[in-house]
Design a protein around this ligand. Structure first.
Ligand code: SF4
Ligand code: SF4
Length: 74
């Protein structure tokens, strides 16, 4: 299941998410997004723990994190 996603065209290439990822999963893309910035990309998906620190740091709220939710049956 996908854990990490970026809304690429919101990213302004500041690099904060890359700096703060405790697992060093992220890097900046070589290509440009539609507003002319190099967006962050998930480089090591298998290392990502979905901790959401990158999403919390992002000033553009460009990163979405998906986690499994346990639902208790009645
Ligand atoms: S969710 Fe956590 S481990 Fe995954 S990329 Fe973001 S900061 Fe790194
Ligand atoms: S913190 Fe947000 S705006 Fe900055 S590089 Fe990461 S995704 Fe892009």
């Amino acid at each position: 299941m996908e854990k990490w996603r970026i809304i690429e065209d919101l990213c302004k290439g500041c690099g904060l998410c890359v700096e703060f990822c405790p697992k060093q999963c992220l890097k900046m893309s070589d290509s440009l997004n539609r507003i002319g910035y190099h967006p962050a990309i998930l480089d090591k998906a298998e290392e990502c723990t979905a901790c959401a620190l990158c999403a919390q740091m992002c000033p553009e709220t460009a990163i979405l994190i998906y986690r499994k939710v346990k639902v208790k049956s009645a």
